[in-house]
Design a protein around this ligand. Structure first.
Ligand SMILES: C[S@@+](CC[C@H](N)C(=O)[O-])C[C@H]1O[C@@H](n2cnc3c(N)ncnc32)[C@H](O)[C@@H]1O
Length: 215
């Protein structure tokens, strides 16, 4: 992968291509950890509230499950994924946009979920993104996200389901610091080992952030 390539443009283009393969591998039978945090989010956000899902992918299963309980806005910067999501799930508002350039008024959402999406955002944007997410939440609103559990200043796999893919993130302590610095109150921040292996057959280990904008 050329160092000239814009990682975000690459990630978006690659999900256009690999969205179906990703779904087949990871989401036809979601892992225990995915379902546990999805249920936690659904249980802890005000029923009927407004919810933002960052990196909603093809909308299955999570956007569809959220749409049964909440007024959902799903965002993804892959045109292919948003097209799939619009086909798969009726009800939510879907936006084709990069989460790092989104703007919403202060206090718009009761809950914001970012499952396995910020792991693709270059880490220099994480601090600013957490501050934006904080501002988009109502006081008392909940943020749940999957982040790297180890330091990665930005790395590529040239052949991830047949297309190049990029990931980036901080070690656990740095991510915790950035979440706190954005203003969040931590509910929990656990490193979780998934029961389902990743596409290389390795253990999937991530930091799961559950945090609230204080009342
Ligand atoms: C690994 S998939 C996860 C999809 C879904 N959240 C799930 O857990 O099944 C990551 C998704 O995040 C999207 N994504 C990554 N970076 C993004 C960004 N900066 N803005 C919007 N979407 C992004 C990708 O296009 C992709 O659809």
């Amino acid at each position: 992968m050329s160092s000239e390539t814009d990682p975000s443009a690459q990630v978006a283009a690659s999900y256009d291509e690999v969205g179906d393969a990703y779904f087949q591998y990871y989401r036809t039978a979601p892992s225990e950890v995915f379902t546990r945090y999805e249920n936690l989010f659904i249980d802890q956000v005000t029923p009927g509230g407004s919810v933002l899902e960052l990196g909603c992918g093809n909308g299955l299963p999570m956007t569809a499950n959220l749409a049964e309980k909440f007024d959902v806005t799903g965002v993804d910067f892959s045109a292919g994924q948003i097209e799939r999501a619009r086909r798969n799930v009726s009800g939510p508002t879907f936006m084709h946009a990069d989460m790092t350039t989104l703007e919403f008024p202060d206090g718009t959402f009761d809950g914001i979920a970012a499952f396995y999406s910020i792991i693709h955002v270059p880490r220099e944007h994480h601090g600013g993104l957490f501050r934006s997410i904080y501002s988009w939440l109502k006081p008392g609103g909940l943020f749940v996200a999957t982040l790297n559990s180890t330091e990665d200043e930005g790395s590529y796999d040239d052949d991830w389901f047949g297309a190049p893919m990029y990931w980036s993130g901080f070690d656990v302590d740095t991510s915790r610091r950035l979440i706190t610095a954005a203003g969040f109150e931590s509910v929990s921040d656990r490193v979780e080992v998934s029961d389902a292996p990743n596409s290389d057959g390795e253990k999937e280990i991530h930091l799961w952030i559950v945090a609230r904008r204080p009342e």
